[in-house]
Design a protein around this ligand. Structure first.
Ligand code: SF4
Ligand code: SF4
Length: 245
């Protein structure tokens, strides 16, 4: 059984946010829902300032508080390490959102639009897309995954359920990388099997010192960072996140 993990190289990330874009297109997430988010921090004092970037997906924690508090077993940990949400079971109580210390859960307040991010039927776009609208009609999002056969890839999106990063389970089960990893032009994101000593993630973690976010909470994240450092009190966010619903 693989033990999936993500490694994020902060020395490589250039803050282009292609990973955020790729995630939104792949998973057709609603406006202002960012399953992957790239924080921008500024440190130092003028003129000696620098900006750095921190990509933040769901941490797919081994000791996940969100799993512990879910009263209906909709949030669960798969054997391969993915923390999944069964959208057929979620009752929208939002306990997971409160329990998660990483702020990666998003509640669906509205009925899903067929494409909340980009209207592929827009008259200006139609000549370019030729009537195709791949992201929201991605049938892979509606299939069932894992040996439990549960609908966990986002296709069950309904008003009143919670969503978060799935590590692109629909891609991983076909041997592909998550969309954010596949589309990072700086190769800052790696994904693979920690049980395989030859995998890129195992190799990088062997070579470089790493840290995980909020490790002191004991959540045991499956997302490791190399290069850079965790945010500290001197790290000032460049922008505030304003959630629109
Ligand atoms: S795509 Fe890669 S380089 Fe660009 S923001 Fe995301 S992690 Fe950083
Ligand atoms: S980051 Fe939050 S939502 Fe993701 S597994 Fe950990 S506690 Fe759950």
């Amino acid at each position: 059984m693989p033990k999936y993990a993500m490694v994020i190289d902060l020395d490589r990330c250039m803050g282009c946010r292609a990973c955020m874009e790729a995630c939104k297109v792949e998973n057709n997430t609603p406006t202002a829902h960012f399953w992957m988010y790239v924080f921008r921090f500024e440190e130092g004092h003028y003129p000696n300032t620098h900006v750095w970037f921190l990509p933040r997906p769901c941490m797919h924690c081994d000791n996940a508080p969100c799993v512990k508090v879910c009263p209906v077993g909709a949030r669960y940990k798969r054997e391969d390490g993915l923390v999944a949400t069964d959208w057929d079971r979620c009752i929208g109580c939002r306990y997971c959102e409160v329990a998660c210390p990483y702020g990666v859960n998003f509640f669906n307040w509205k009925d899903p639009r067929k494409n909340a991010y980009l209207d592929w039927d827009d008259a200006d776009l139609r000549p370019r897309t030729d009537g195709n609208s791949p992201p929201y009609r991605n049938p892979d999002l509606d299939r069932r995954y894992g040996k439990e056969g549960r609908r966990t890839a986002g296709g069950g999106r309904l008003r009143g359920v919670i969503e978060k990063c799935t590590f692109c389970v629909h891609r991983v089960e076909r041997g592909l990388k998550p969309a954010c990893v596949a589309n990072c032009p700086a190769f800052a994101l790696l994904f693979g099997d920690l049980e395989d000593p030859a995998s890129e993630v195992s190799q990088v973690l062997k070579r470089k010192p790493s840290f995980r976010l909020l490790e002191e909470l004991g959540t045991e994240p499956r997302v490791y960072y190399v290069g850079g450092h965790p945010p500290h009190p001197e790290s000032k966010p460049v922008e505030e996140i304003v959630a629109r619903v």
